[in-house]
Design a protein around this ligand. Structure first.
Ligand code: SF4
Length: 365
């Protein structure tokens, strides 16, 4: 398959693994921020193929997983407002809130619909002019520009019954929070490819500059990831720290200016609550006052009773990289993709789902 085979060539993979083995003489601990990397690393057997000196930790890079229980409860409360249609990406529907999921709310009568893009939600609002349509805006810098564009689209088309519950989060502040916590001693970071396509490699300069931690931004094919890891172990072996780019076919130093402009036109930076990490200053996006007419949080104030995490779920620890999914006592025994206890097992990008699907028997011992 053209354009994929090139990035899965076993001969080149072996050469990169050899390069990693040669340089990683001493133990290194690397974190992949992105859930897409976690899945690819397990799916292609990269974790098992790496030398024992290279430890890979999963990070908080699953937008569904890091959505706080309180925000999910708020979304469910909005779905219960009479007349409201709550539109969401499919992954969010099954994530348990404090008392129920959006799917369970739908089963008892709330009008919850799955859409494939925020523009579909704008269309839904056009087709139902007498009903408020609220889109659940969850994601990182990759999805925020599209959601911002949907608000601009609604304004242009005079779709007044379209609203967004803005829960977007920014990745660099979360990486900073993990390093500041001192819970995990990281030697390097495998940078998220899609996020960095939007924000640019320059946005990661603080990691080497302020923390002395190297980063290599990587794509999602096996050779992309191995190349990123090779760049990291080479930097570490040489005692260097800089931003490397193993995904230059997609990522520029300055990112995607057009996407950032749309995002910044509609959203402004705000504090945000992350599951497992708590409130991180300046780590989220809220809708600017200019677009308040489309801001579900302002237009539909709802009372969400105090929220709680699913009992026994260790997703917070998994998202901070302090616990590997198979070490959660509920993993595979109680918590499965069919009966997920926490979001990390629900989401397609969740670390627990990845370990469940691709982890080896050794992981589950
Ligand atoms: S295995 Fe289930 S309960 Fe445990 S951390 Fe993962 S999602 Fe949460």
């Amino acid at each position: 398959m053209k354009f994929v085979d090139e990035f899965r060539d076993p001969r080149l993979a072996r050469a990169l693994l050899e390069r990693i083995r040669e340089r990683a003489r001493r133990p290194v601990r690397l974190m992949e921020f992105c859930g897409g990397h976690t899945h690819a690393i397990l799916r292609f057997g990269i974790r098992q193929a790496l030398p024992p000196t290279v430890e890979m930790l999963s990070g908080p890079g699953c937008p569904v997983c890091v959505t706080a229980a309180a925000d999910l409860d708020r979304a469910i409360a909005l779905a219960d407002v009479p007349g409201v249609i709550l539109a969401s990406f499919g992954d969010m529907i099954r994530v348990p809130g404090s008392r129920e999921s959006l799917q369970q709310a739908k089963a008892r009568g709330a009008d919850v619909r799955v859409v494939y893009s925020p523009l579909d939600a704008v269309r839904l609002a056009e087709q139902n002019p007498s009903r408020p349509v609220i889109f659940l805006g969850v994601g990182f810098e990759t999805t925020a520009p599209g959601v911002a564009a949907s608000i601009l689209d609604a304004r242009t088309r005079n779709v007044r019954n379209y609203y967004v519950l803005g829960l977007h989060k920014l990745t660099p502040p979360a990486t900073r929070a993990i390093l500041d916590s001192g819970e995990v001693n990281l030697s390097g970071v495998l940078g998220p490819g899609h996020v960095t396509t939007v924000i640019g490699t320059d946005a990661w300069g603080f990691l080497p500059r302020e923390y002395g931690v190297p980063i290599a931004v990587a794509g999602f094919e096996p050779l992309d990831i191995l190349r990123g890891i090779a760049m990291l172990v080479e930097q570490i072996a040489a005692g260097e720290a800089r931003v490397d780019n193993a995904y230059s076919r997609s990522v520029l130093p300055e990112g995607n200016r057009a996407a950032l402009d749309v995002m910044n036109r509609v959203f402004e930076v705000a504090d945000a609550e992350w599951r497992g990490l708590g409130v991180i200053p300046a780590s989220g996006l809220r809708i600017r006052a200019e677009f308040a007419a489309h801001d579900a949080a302002g237009v539909f104030p709802v009372d969400a009773t105090p929220s709680r995490e699913p009992p026994g779920c260790r997703c917070g620890d998994v998202l901070r990289g302090v616990l590997a999914p198979p070490s959660c006592p509920l993993f595979r025994k109680v918590c499965t993709p069919e009966n997920p206890v926490g979001p990390c097992m629900v989401s397609a990008e969740g670390a627990c789902a990845a370990y469940y699907q691709y982890g080896g028997a050794a992981d589950e011992a």
